[in-house]
Design a protein around this ligand. Structure first.
Ligand SMILES: Nc1ncnc2c1ncn2[C@@H]1O[C@H](COP(=O)(O)OP(=O)(O)OP(=O)(O)O)[C@@H](O)[C@H]1O
Ligand SMILES: [Mg+2]
Length: 334
């Protein structure tokens, strides 16, 4: 079991109120991603849950039990860090076995658990190596193995992939998602990468300055962002925000349209613009445009669109996909 509840949790460092007050419900077996810009309090929130920091006020419950004052070891959680934190002088086997040896588990049981974890993580052939003889991705898998053998009620990951190159990040992302399907254990995963958030999460928690801006499934946040912050943070390339005459209708001050919801044509359309930068990726094309009466706009289309710097292009935003925000940046329901 691994349900986690935060009730009015706040954290102050000296004068600085890093987390004003957070309420959050994480269900058993959920994959929850905390996402937000650097310094918004993601790691702090994770460390509060782990017990590595004390809350300034509020309560933390695990499976309904108040653990606010409990030591990290008593919470039954396992944390995996960006820095791996492996013991360099120990073999992979001993690194994975370490928490079980500390818990004085008998040797046969330790061997069985290490063998199982190594199989799940494709580390069977590497058990006698030292961490320095492994790639970054393999090291991260050892760190995850050390967490798995403890059979925690939840895994807490703090940016575990940020030291890896782009290709390996993509692979490890899939591996962690598969691991979640296999183990069905609650996972809380911190990242500032919205692609990781969108692809891995059952539930995304968007944080900004220590506050929750919105909680929802990836597609809920993509389709119905509650405010400008979430609208701008979720989705890549980012949503275009348009002020001025085009935006103003009813109470709206700002209109939002995602690059993929702007139709492109060389012949006709609602807007006229010139290409400032064209990015041809093969699978899709991103055009950055200067649009008459609107300003800078990014548009995306599937496949190749043969336009280059300086070319004239017509655009038609899909009205049904338009977002509108009031003067406080709050989304207006259609
Ligand atoms: N021990 C501490 N003492 C004082 N301030 C701290 C401490 N730990 C964190 N902070 C501050 O709290 C805020 C949130 O930090 P936190 O590490 O949680 O951010 P984050 O969202 O994880 O950022 P990043 O994406 O850069 O890792 C920051 O302004 C940071 O400077
Ligand atoms: Mg952090």
């Amino acid at each position: 079991m691994g349900s986690i509840t935060l009730k009015n949790v706040s954290k102050t460092f000296g004068e600085a109120k890093v987390i004003p007050s957070i309420d959050l419900e994480i269900h058993d077996g959920e994959f929850v991603v905390f996402v937000g810009p650097s310094g918004c309090g993601k790691s702090t929130l994770l460390r509060l849950i782990a017990g590595l920091e004390d809350v300034s006020a509020g309560q933390i419950l695990i499976d309904g039990k108040d653990v606010t004052a409990a030591a990290p070891a008593q919470r039954g959680l396992a944390m995996v860090f960006q820095s791996y934190a492996l013991y360099p002088h120990m073999s992979v086997r001993n690194n994975i076995a370490f928490p079980l040896k500390m818990a004085k588990m008998d040797k046969a049981a330790i061997d069985r658990k290490v063998t199982d974890a190594a199989r799940i993580l494709n580390l069977t052939d590497y058990l006698e190596r030292r961490p320095s003889q492994l790639s970054g991705g393999q090291r991260q898998r050892v760190a995850i193995g050390r967490a798995i053998v403890r059979e925690p009620s939840a895994f807490l990951f703090d940016e575990p992939l940020s030291n890896l190159d782009a290709a390996l990040r993509g692979t490890m992302r899939l591996e962690i998602s598969e691991l979640h399907h296999q183990l069905k254990t609650t996972m809380i995963y911190v990242t500032h990468d919205q692609i990781e958030a969108m692809t891995m999460a059952d539930k995304i928690v968007v944080l900004n300055r220590g506050n929750i801006e919105q909680v929802g499934s990836p597609l809920e946040l993509y389709r119905s962002p509650k405010n400008l912050f979430v609208a701008g943070f979720i989705g890549s390339p980012r949503m275009n925000f348009i002020d001025g005459a085009y935006a103003q209708s009813k109470n709206a001050r700002t209109a939002g349209i995602r690059p993929e919801h702007i139709g492109l044509s060389k012949d006709s359309g609602l807007w006229t613009g010139r290409v400032t930068v064209a990015e041809h990726l093969g699978a899709d094309t991103f055009l950055h445009l200067d649009v008459e009466g609107i300003g800078p706009v990014t548009a995306r289309c599937d496949g190749e669109f043969g336009a280059h710097h300086g070319d004239k292009v017509y655009m038609t935003p899909d009205e049904a996909k338009l977002h509108r925000f009031d003067d406080k940046g709050i989304a207006i329901k259609a």
